[in-house]
Design a protein around this ligand. Structure first.
Ligand code: F3S
Length: 69
């Protein structure tokens, strides 16, 4: 599973970061980014929740290649 932050949509709410700081980082201006788009297995649920918490829908969760959905 991969996650991607759309920097154009991100408004710096930082909810993603509060829920899953292991995956989402915040730059000097308060906008989120992911340093490594590939999410480790044990952080998937947390990363997904972080994405869902974004009020701007700025985070895209990409399923694993070959995953069933
Ligand atoms: Fe940006 Fe959404 Fe996170 S607005 S800082 S991607 S919660």
């Amino acid at each position: 599973m991969k996650v991607r932050v759309d920097r154009e949509k991100c408004q710096g709410h930082n909810r993603c970061y509060m829920i899953c700081p292991e995956v989402y980082q915040v730059d000097d201006e308060g906008y989120a980014y992911v340093s490594n788009g590939e999410v480790p297995q044990d952080l998937r649920e947390q990363a997904r929740r972080g994405a869902e918490a974004c009020p701007e829908n700025a985070i895209t969760v990409l399923a694993e290649a070959g995953a069933s959905r």
